[in-house]
Design a protein around this ligand. Structure first.
Ligand code: SAM
Ligand code: DTB
Ligand code: SF4
Length: 332
């Protein structure tokens, strides 16, 4: 065991003294009168963050489509007919050229995503070179490559990877309705490998997949009861993709979405809660309520991995109207 790994395990033991949340406690907060919920969330937010700053991340799909997993929401699964063209892993120099453009446009964190179940041994040299290259440009690095074993996680940590995104997506109860090619326990195992290697964890989920409110609540309870709170908690609103099993899912009511953000903020006071996929379908007013409820991170740029995101000038205008400023690197 490396010294760093030992230190992490020790820190985790201290953290285990934190009281665990029950579903009933979380439900009582989620169901409280909306004004009480928002007031509490905003109070917690102000105790831990500058309420008028939002962290900006930029995404790049370094390997698109043809994924062997069957996630019911995803355009990139080979199991669905979404019409997306699969591509090979991008060349390192192309990734770095894109990252440089993002940095010059003001991004402080660069997130690279691959449509893999897990990285193959033959891919590791290239992803390591991407992490090293993006670090050298002065940005924080994040990757999402599917499942990782401990050796892969440690190799990425050594390369300088700051964050790893790996979502639990929904409650343990609802998980098998959405994905059959891997289990909720598989997800938790990768999260443990990432945490033990010393990489910061980015972990959240998707709402609006036909789940019950109790599934949204239990998803957040699982996250809040991890040995350490994830550094970032992305809350995605389903982008319905034609050709996927969830193409016709009923959209979530905006107030329910805001309640989910507020509960995440209250249960994980120091985490960055990211208002992730689905912003193109949200009004300015809904996004403003999400920021008030404690969301303090977004993806910028007109494409997420394969789906649309608001244009840069739309976000600039929204930030100006709300008096929000981008968060500096390191503060995030
Ligand atoms: N293949 C890797 C994995 O699944 O961990 C990384 C990429 S995956 C596309 C990253 C996350 O994007 C998923 O876990 C899911 O939460 C989110 N996502 C994917 N498709 C989405 C959609 N149509 N709407 C909302 N969120 C989506
Ligand atoms: C996350 O939770 N959301 C981002 C990021 N992690 C990698 C991805 C959203 C993907 C939205 C659908 C798409 O672009 O294909
Ligand atoms: Fe593959 Fe990730 Fe999409 Fe699932 S969410 S199909 S693992 S790219």
């Amino acid at each position: 065991m490396t010294a760093e790994l030992h230190l992490n395990r020790t820190t985790k033991q201290c953290d285990s003294l934190r009281p665990k949340w029950t579903s009933d406690e979380a439900r009582a907060i989620y169901d409280s009168p909306f004004n009480d919920l928002l007031f509490r969330a905003q109070t917690v937010h102000r105790q831990n963050f500058d309420p008028n700053r939002v962290q900006l991340s930029r995404l790049l799909s370094i390997k698109t489509g043809g994924c062997p997993e069957d996630c019911g929401y995803c355009s990139q699964s080979a199991h669905h007919e979404s019409g997306l063209k699969a591509s090979k892993l991008m060349e390192v120099q192309r990734v770095l050229a894109e990252a440089k453009k993002a940095r010059d446009a003001g991004a402080t964190r660069y997130c690279m995503g691959a449509a893999w179940r897990s990285p193959k041994a033959r891919d590791m040299d290239a992803v390591v070179a991407m992490v090293e290259g993006v670090k050298a440009l002065g940005m924080e690095t994040c990757m999402t490559l599917g499942m990782l074993d401990i050796d892969q996680a440690q190799r990425l940590k050594q390369a300088g990877l700051d964050y790893y995104n790996h979502n639990i997506d929904t409650s343990e109860r609802y998980y098998s309705e959405i994905i059959s090619t891997r289990s909720f326990a598989d997800r938790l195992e990768t999260l443990a490998n990432v945490r033990d290697s010393g990489i910061k964890v980015c972990c959240g989920g998707i709402v609006g997949m036909g789940e019950e409110a109790s599934d949204r609540i239990d998803m957040l309870v699982t996250l809040a009861n991890l040995p350490e709170h994830p550094d970032s908690v992305p809350i995605n609103m389903l982008i319905p993709i034609e050709g996927t099993p969830l193409a016709e899912a009923d959209p979530i009511a905006p107030i329910e979405f805001v309640r989910t953000i507020a509960l995440a903020r209250i249960m994980m006071p120091k985490s960055h809660v990211r208002l992730s996929a689905g912003r193109t379908a949200m009004s300015d007013e809904m996004q403003a309520l999400c920021f008030f409820a404690g969301a303090n991170s977004i993806f910028v740029g007109d494409t997420l991995l394969t789906a649309e995101n608001p244009e840069e000038d739309k976000d600039t205008a929204l930030f100006r109207r709300l008096g929000i400023e981008p968060m500096e690197q390191g503060a995030a």
